[in-house]
Design a protein around this ligand. Structure first.
Ligand code: AGP
Length: 612
């Protein structure tokens, strides 16, 4: 949530900041702003809307500066408008602040500062930081900006990625991190502070991931990482490995469509070098040293949010069937607050595409504090969850920019399938079942490629139903989570109300919704639940519901039961979610396009949810 960039160096800061903000716009896109230092004073430009709109007004200004900061906002406190957009300034415009997170005690601090004569302009929690710095500076005029920020951090409570500048200690950027991502970019004679490394990869690939509770100071001649008391720390430099074309649309009209079509490669990459096709075993390097503890687990708890939670549900089926270890799947947001009973011999797996989701991170910390082994299944390399968990597996799906998660879901499921197999080898998994599983995994990228060829058919279904106001998604077994995921995809990008249910639950309530206007999307693969799902289809037909079915190639019986049938290739039952989820991703994509929705940046959402 919120994209942050600070720059100090020799180049034109405005271009660097605006390009970086466009790259990070998926993180938050309701308003945007920049501040640059010119002749010892800040010029601040900010407004509601997209970076491109901000750019138009900035182009008229002919600003020149080699030091500044910029922000794209996802509103928490105060509506998205020009005034609440970041940066925020102190009374005299001598301090500028951008922030990702929430200052929880802002109200009491604001009251106190107001009583001392500070005049606030916005409704945000962030503005309090600028005034607090101003106030501390008044009391300690001899101290420099980093010393004052260190004092200020002792007074605020909450989460933050902060980038701060002041005219009275110019040519310096001070950043601080607690609970929100912050990465330093180390260039040649130029330094960056960003919430997402994609913002700066054409300038440098050398980065320092700040840890929670760390600050950093950037000047024109170098950088230093400090603790919150401003004491110098050693910092390790990491290298970004992905390329610019991976974070661009590459000829597709939307990132979401590009990412859907990348799935043959992203699934392949999530398996690359991990499966031994001769011994029929899996090696997940990041967790192999913890194998004993995984195998001794009394149970596995999976905690995640949204799409990652749906992948976790598929993981529950996979791990119980193949590894024979009991699994519970929890919403991370509930798990962290309901005082869960966690034993030291539990294993908690947290799943997150971004690796920054606040609730998932808190669940990981809670489990760690109670002595469980915490395993991360994460996409973004170097993200907080990846670094804070005891061990983990990267899904290697590559950067996912579309707010609606697609390729991360299938890569997460592929990793969970490999984990189930890796453990199953030691828990008595039958050799024939192992062989069938490994053989099927090998063919999945090709089957995904074939499933994607159904795109024109799916677009035709979308054209029929895009004006519907409700949708129901039903599936069973391994495809129950797929039904949930299909409904989530549709509602988040097309704003159509959609519900996912286990098909058998329909008769316990949702069946009351069925009439001639209700499209019902069934996943009816020829698996162990096929005949039961067919009965559910009949029940919907009997009430005049409009039936769309995701079925298997070769299933002719289904043709007479549905208005539309999308036929996907056959694979073994546990891997069907890797194929059945794809037509549902495409269906929501096309419906959203037909409804003129902003597919990649749907209203009210942000890609990584770093606040509670
Ligand atoms: C998915 O389409 C959503 N945008 C959302 O539910 C997402 O999956 C959720 O916020 C979890 O994010 P994470 O995987 O980055 O932790």
């Amino acid at each position: 949530m919120c994209g942050i960039i600070g720059y100090i160096g020799k180049k034109n800061a405005i271009d660097i900041i605006l390009t970086g903000l466009k790259r990070m716009e998926y993180r938050g896109y309701d308003s945007t702003g920049i501040a640059v230092l010119q002749n010892g004073e800040f010029t601040v430009r900010k407004r509601r809307g997209k970076v491109a709109e901000l750019e138009e007004i900035i182009n008229l200004d002919h600003l020149v500066s080699t030091c500044g900061l910029g922000h794209t906002r996802w509103a928490t406190h105060g509506q998205p408008n020009d005034i609440n957009a970041h940066p925020h300034i102190d009374t005299n415009g001598e301090v500028v602040v951008i922030h990702n997170g929430i200052i929880e005690n802002y109200d009491s601090l604001k009251r106190d500062l107001k009583s001392k004569g500070h005049v606030f302009r916005s409704e945000t929690d962030t503005e309090v930081v600028a005034h607090l710095i101003e106030s501390i500076h008044k009391d300690h005029p001899d101290r420099n900006l980093d010393e004052i920020v260190a004092i200020m951090l002792g007074e605020i409570v909450g989460t933050y990625g902060l980038v701060i500048m002041a005219t009275w200690d110019a040519d310096k950027i001070v950043v601080a991190r607690k609970g929100s991502p912050m990465i330093l970019g180390i260039g040649e004679g130029e330094y960056f502070a960003v919430s997402d490394a994609s913002a700066i990869i054409e300038h440098t690939r050398d980065v320092v991931y700040l840890n929670d509770g760390e600050m950093a100071v950037l000047t024109r001649t170098g950088y230093s990482v400090r603790d919150m008391k401003n004491k110098a720390l050693d910092a390790e430099i990491d290298r970004i490995t992905y390329d610019l074309d991976q974070i661009e649309k590459g000829g597709f009209p939307h990132f979401m469509l590009k990412e859907i079509f990348e799935q043959p490669e992203s699934i392949f990459n999530s398996m690359r070098g991990r499966i031994d096709y001769e011994t029929l075993s899996v090696r997940l390097g990041g967790i192999s040293t913890h194998l004993g503890r995984l195998l001794r687990a009394r149970r596995i708890i999976i905690a995640a949010c949204g799409t990652s939670w749906h992948a976790g549900l598929v993981g529950e089926y996979l791990l119980e069937e193949y590894a024979k270890i009991p699994v519970e799947v929890e919403y991370a947001s509930e798990f962290r607050y309901r005082q869960p009973i966690i034993y030291p011999d539990d294993v908690v797996i947290v799943i997150s595409q971004s690796g920054e989701t606040a609730d998932t991170l808190a669940a990981a910390r809670e489990a760690k504090s109670k002595g469980a082994l915490v395993v991360g299944i994460v996409n973004v390399v170097g993200s907080t969850i990846a670094r804070e968990t005891d061990c983990g597996v990267y899904i290697h799906a590559g950067p996912e920019i579309g707010v609606a998660s697609t390729k991360a879901f299938t890569a997460q499921v592929t990793v969970l399938a490999q984990l189930a197999l890796m453990l199953g080898v030691y828990t008595g998994l039958d050799i024939n079942k192992r062989r069938a599983f490994v053989d099927a995994l090998k063919t999945i990228p090709d089957l995904v490629r074939r499933t994607l060829e159904l795109n024109p058919e799916i677009e035709a279904v979308a054209r029929t139903f895009y004006q519907s106001t409700n949708f129901l998604y039903l599936g069973r077994g391994y495809n129950f989570p797929v039904a949930l995921e299909g409904a989530l995809k549709l509602k988040e990008i097309s704003y159509i109300h959609a519900e996912g249910y286990p098909a058998a639950e329909m008769k316990h309530g949702p069946i009351a919704l069925i009439d001639e206007n209700m499209p019902v999307v069934f996943v009816a693969i020829q698996d162990s639940t096929y005949h039961k799902v067919i009965s559910n289809i009949e029940e919907v037909r009997a009430r005049k519901g409009r039936v769309i079915v995701i079925a298997n190639e070769g299933d002719e019986y289904i043709d007479k039961l549905a208005e539309f049938v999308i036929k996907i290739p056959v694979t073994i039952e546990p891997l069907t979610p890797l194929l059945t989820s794809i037509p549902l991703q495409l269906l929501s994509y096309h419906i959203a396009v037909l409804r003129n929705c902003n597919v990649d940046q749907p209203r009210n959402l942000a890609k990584s949810v770093t606040v509670e």
